[in-house]
Design a protein around this ligand. Structure first.
Ligand code: ATP
Length: 264
């Protein structure tokens, strides 16, 4: 379980994130949405130790490994133990000079496996993400974008993380491949019980995937609700507009929103 209380980030006097709090039960998914510049990536960077943040409290209770609790300023490089990060652009995220197998194997570096254990773990990770083990010898430029993104997921999984952060994991892919990779992510989560934190612009994906949704707007929390209540009872005009826009664009099925009286 990951719990964040009152996270704040400011850089050179400019507030990037203000009073952001959430709590994610083990094995569930939080999707973080919001327009460009709202602070989504900064939140992931802070949790991965790439940006200094201030917390009233950060608590992480991984299934394996020691619990972490922290108060005050935090630049927790190299990030939360037992977590991994899958980035938006799989080609940029993979070393072009390494085979996919070698890149995936790097994910298990801290486990100090023997060569044969590492090769076995690489094959298992490839199978986990629905890739043929023969792809281990190919370089990133010799596979499709969807295969490269699956390889990035395999590189995360080989470390057996409790928590995986995804930054727009599907946005580089076409619609059909998006569906396939999303299905693989779901299967992986069901099989291993990982907790997912996913930054996404796609509310259709969030509707299908998220247990909870956090919407950021200008660095503040605009909404934090269960996915069901977010789509049925959005708590602000801004969220209603986001949902309507996603319906107009066809990424969400048409369905009535139940008005939530008393909210702006
Ligand atoms: N290192 C930095 N120094 C100064 N400002 C920064 C830094 N990193 C991010 N920002 C600012 O913080 C704000 C939030 O940026 P962030 O990248 O987190 O937004 P985002 O919601 O992820 O946007 P996008 O969806 O376009 O990726 C922006 O105004 C950005 O310019």
């Amino acid at each position: 379980m990951l719990s964040i209380d009152h996270l704040n980030i400011s850089i050179s006097g400019k507030t990037i994130l203000e009073e952001v709090s959430f709590s994610i039960p083990e094995g569930t998914t939080l999707c973080i949405a919001g327009e460009s510049g709202s602070g989504k990536s900064s939140l992931l960077k802070a949790l991965n130790g790439l940006m200094q943040a201030r917390f009233e409290q950060l608590s992480f209770y991984p299934k394996t490994g020691p619990a972490i609790t922290h108060q005050g300023r935090w630049l927790g490089r190299p990030g939360l133990q037992q977590s991994r990060w899958v980035m938006q652009d799989p080609i940029a995220a993979l070393n072009p000079r390494l085979s996919l197998g070698a890149s995936i194997g790097e994910g298990a570096y801290s486990k100090r496996l023997s060569r044969s254990e590492r090769d076995k773990a690489i094959t298992e990770a490839l199978v986990d993400v629905d890739l043929p083990s023969a792809l281990a010898t190919r370089r990133p430029t010799e596979v499709s974008l969807g295969q490269a993104q699956r390889a990035c997921l395999a590189r995360a999984l080989i470390a057996q993380p409790d928590l995986i952060f995804f930054d727009e994991p599907l946005s580089a892919l076409d619609a059909i491949v998006q569906k396939q990779v999303a299905a693989t992510m779901k299967r992986v989560q069901a099989r291993h019980g990982n907790t997912f934190v996913i930054v996404t612009h796609d509310l259709g994906f969030a509707a299908a995937f998220a247990d909870q949704i956090l919407v950021l707007r200008n660095g503040r929390m605009e909404a934090y609700q269960s996915a069901k209540s977010f789509f049925e009872r959005p708590t602000s005009h801004y969220c209603r507009d986001l949902i309507e826009a996603a319906r107009d664009l066809g990424s969400l099925p048409q369905a009535p929103i139940i008005a939530n009286e008393g909210h702006p």
